[in-house]
Write a protein that binds this ligand. Structure first.
Ligand SMILES: NC(=O)c1ccc[n+]([C@@H]2O[C@H](COP(=O)([O-])OP(=O)(O)OC[C@H]3O[C@@H](n4cnc5c(N)ncnc54)[C@H](OP(=O)(O)O)[C@@H]3O)[C@@H](O)[C@H]2O)c1
Length: 330
C-alpha cells in the first residue's frame, strides 16, 4: 500500500510527448488522477480515463471542446500541470502562458519545453517563487540523460567550474555521416529519413537547441539567470571538418564560470579520442562537468524518444507529489 497521496494532474498538449505521458498513466501505479487535458482544439476535465482520452485523440485527431482551455485550470484544480505543448521559438508561447498561468492557479509545473526557460528564466522562476510552487524541467534539457539531476546535485558548494555538453543526437549523427564522406545537406536528409532530424532541422544544426539546453544547465548549476542572448552560437557548416587526425568533431555546448561571470558557447569542437564526448554514437548525448574539487564527472547516454521524455516528466511529477503542499491541498 502506497503512502503517496493522490495527485491531480492536468496535461496541456496531446502530441507525441503528451500521448506518451497518457500511455504511462494507463499503466498507472502511481496514484495519479488525470483531471484535465487539452490540445490546440479543445479540452476535457473531470475524472478522466487516460485510455479513453488517448482513444478519442487518436480517432478524432482532436479533443472535444467540453471545457474552454482558458477554464481548464479552474475546473481541473490540478496539483501539477504537465506542459507538453509545442512552442514558438520567439515568444515561447503557448508554453510560457501555460507555465505562468499554472503557477498563478496554485499548481506545480512540469514542462518539456526549453525555449520558455532559455528566454524567460527570470520571469518563470519569479512566478514560481511568488506562488510558492515548483518547476520540473528534466525533460527540457536531456530527458533520458539525467543532466539536470546531476547539475542540481553538483551545483552546490561551487563545485563545478565548467562543463561541456553534446545535447542533441542530430548533430552527432550528421557529423558521423560527414566523416564517411557525405555533404552536410545529404547527411541531414539521411538523418531526416531515419526520423532522427526534424523536417526543419535548423534548431539542431544551427546550434540553437543546444544553446537553449546549456542556458538551462548553467542556470541550474550556478543559480544564474542567463538567456539565449548570452550564448555565442556557431552551428554546423558545409565546411565543418568532422574529424581531423586523432580528433573527432562534435557540436559542443560549453559553460565556464570565472570570477562571477558565466561564458556560454556552442561551436563545432575537435575533441581528442580520449574525451568522453568523442565516443558518443547515434542519438547519444552527454555532459562532462569539471571543477577542482570534483575532477571530471561525465553523464553519457540517454537516447531521444517521446516515451523517454514522458518518463522524465512523470519522474518529476512523482517527485513533486511527495511534497507537503500536495498533501495539504484538498
Ligand atoms: N518529442 C520529444 O521527444 C521531445 C523531447 C524533449 C522535449 N520536447 C518538447 O516537448 C514539446 C512537445 O513535443 P511533441 O513532440 O509532443 O510535439 P507535438 O507532437 O507537436 O505536440 C504538441 C502538442 O501541443 C498542443 N498544443 C499546441 N498549442 C496548444 C495550446 N494552446 N494549448 C494546449 N495544447 C496545445 C498540440 O495540439 P494539437 O494536437 O491539437 O496540434 C499538440 O497536441 C515540444 O515543444 C518539444 O520541443 C519533445
Amino acid at each position: 500500500v502506497s503512502a503517496r497521496p493522490e495527485v491531480r494532474v492536468a496535461l496541456f498538449g496531446a502530441g507525441r510527448v503528451g500521448r506518451a505521458f497518457l500511455e504511462l498513466l494507463v499503466r498507472n501505479q502511481h496514484r495519479i488522477r488525470l483531471t484535465g487535458v487539452s490540445d490546440s482544439h479543445g479540452g476535457m476535465a473531470g475524472e478522466l480515463d487516460p485510455e479513453v482520452v488517448l482513444e478519442i485523440k487518436l480517432r478524432r485527431g482532436e479533443l472535444p471542446s467540453e471545457v474552454a482551455r482558458t477554464d481548464l485550470l479552474t475546473v481541473a484544480e490540478p496539483h501539477v500541470v504537465v506542459d507538453a505543448t509545442s512552442c514558438a521559438f520567439d515568444s515561447g508561447e503557448p508554453s510560457l502562458s501555460v507555465i505562468v498561468d499554472s503557477f498563478q492557479a496554485g499548481a506545480h509545473v512540469v514542462t518539456a519545453n526549453k525555449i520558455p526557460l532559455a528566454r524567460f528564466w527570470t520571469q518563470i522562476t519569479n512566478s514560481a517563487t511568488v506562488s510558492g510552487r515548483r518547476l520540473g524541467y528534466a525533460a527540457a534539457a536531456g530527458a533520458a540523460l539525467p543532466a539536470i539531476a546531476v547539475a542540481r546535485w553538483l551545483g552546490g558548494a561551487d563545485r563545478v567550474r565548467s562543463f561541456e555538453a553534446v545535447l542533441t543526437g542530430v548533430t552527432t549523427f550528421t557529423l558521423e555521416l560527414m566523416a564517411k564522406g557525405l555533404s552536410l545537406e545529404n547527411a541531414i536528409v539521411r538523418a531526416q529519413e531515419r526520423g532522427i532530424a526534424e523536417p526543419n532541422p535548423s534548431m539542431d544544426i544551427d546550434g540553437w537547441d543546444t544553446a537553449a539546453k546549456i542556458v538551462i544547465l548553467a542556470n541550474t548549476l550556478w543559480e544564474t539567470s542567463s538567456t539565449l542572448y548570452d550564448v555565442r552560437v556557431t552551428g554546423l557548416k558545409t565546411d565543418t571538418a568532422p574529424a581531423r587526425g586523432e580528433f573527432r568533431t562534435q557540436l559542443v555546448g560549453s559553460g565556464r564560470r570565472d570570477a562571477g561571470s558565466v561564458n556560454l558557447e556552442v561551436a563545432p569542437t575537435p575533441l581528442p579520442r580520449d574525451h568522453p564526448l568523442s565516443h558518443l554514437e547515434g542519438g547519444d548525448k552527454g555532459v562532462v562537468f569539471s571543477g577542482p574539487m570534483i575532477g571530471t564527472v561525465a553523464v553519457l547516454g540517454g537516447r531521444s524518444h517521446p516515451s523517454v521524455t514522458a518518463a522524465a516528466m512523470l519522474a518529476d511529477v512523482l517527485e513533486m507529489s511527495t511534497g507537503a503542499d500536495v498533501e495539504a491541498r484538498p
